[in-house]
Design a protein around this ligand. Structure first.
Ligand SMILES: *[C@@H]1O[C@H](CO)[C@@H](O)[C@H](O)[C@H]1NC(C)=O
Length: 269
């Protein structure tokens, strides 16, 4: 009798615990959205987002879950990865507004640089793997990092009123992490990338290794250069830049969840 009771109790716990932890628990980087938070998180941001509309009982959603969780971790600080649980009655208004007819439905929200809080919305129809999701989203994130050359970098610095963040890089393409930083500081700092081949500029700034970050500020006395000496990772860079500029309120893409293990893939993001 006691034995049966214990078995039943264990079975009950097994049944209940995933519900308690949530489909996307706080140990993941997935943002759980509600009608209260949807607009602020997805509309009032300069970040691109992907939103999954799902139901907990749905098999395809369960299959997608580990991949989606992995994508969220990879895109931390670069794009928002979010989810709406449609079998929760209180979220129904969201699921009907976006015409969700099957689960999972994935939609991409891309900020409209001309009209704030009015994103472009499209269906995500790519593969349901972390890699396919990450690769697609990376092609849809805004690039606020200006490509600078020896001929134009002086004018760019002189004309700007905000601090200038110069990234000296050996690659022509801006790494996603820097695009994320430029979004965090949109409107309060200017970001530029200078390729290694622009030797004149590197020489003027005494840059000999890549990547290197130099912040140029101006005041009555003149121009000041601040070299970044830390690791080229989002968190320490974000902290360093906060000494020169203020990020937009709530603009940030979520940090890595505290309990999560270190990302092993896409670490160079
Ligand atoms: C979005 O970017 C613009 C500048 O491009 C900035 O003025 C605005 O504050 C940013 N909005 C948010 C919510 O970060």
């Amino acid at each position: 009798m006691l034995f049966t009771t214990i078995i039943l109790a264990v079975q009950l716990l097994v049944l209940i615990s995933p519900a308690l932890a949530g489909f996307y628990g706080s140990d993941t980087a997935v943002i759980n959205l509600t009608p209260k938070t949807f607009k602020t998180e997805i509309y009032d941001t300069n970040y691109t987002s992907i939103v999954e509309f799902y139901a907990e009982w749905c098999g395809h959603c369960k299959n997608l879950r580990p991949q989606y969780t992995k994508a969220a971790k990879s895109l931390t600080g670069v794009a928002k990865v979010a989810a709406v649980r449609c079998d929760d009655q209180s979220n129904q208004p969201l699921c009907s507004r976006y015409n969700v007819r099957g689960y999972p439905t994935l939609k991409i929200f891309r900020p409209n640089s001309k009209v704030p809080s009015n994103p472009y919305i499209e269906d995500y129809e790519g593969g349901r793997t972390a890699k396919a999701i990450v690769d697609t989203i990376l092609t849809k994130i805004p690039n606020k990092v200006q490509r600078l050359k020896a001929e134009n970098f002086r004018t760019w610095i002189e004309e700007s009123k905000s601090p200038n963040v110069l990234l000296f890089h050996n690659n022509a393409n801006t790494p996603p992490m820097y695009k994320g930083l430029a979004i965090d500081y949109a409107g309060t700092a200017n970001f530029g990338i200078i390729q290694k081949s622009e030797k004149v500029v590197s020489k003027e700034f005494g840059v000999t290794k890549y990547p290197t970050i130099v912040v140029v500020t101006k005041d009555d006395v003149g121009e000041h250069r601040h070299n970044y000496a830390g690791e080229h990772k989002k968190e320490p860079l974000y902290e360093f830049l906060s000494g020169f500029a203020t990020p937009a309120e709530g603009a940030r893409a979520p940090k890595k969840p505290k309990r999560a293990k270190k990302a092993t893939q896409h670490e160079e993001l």
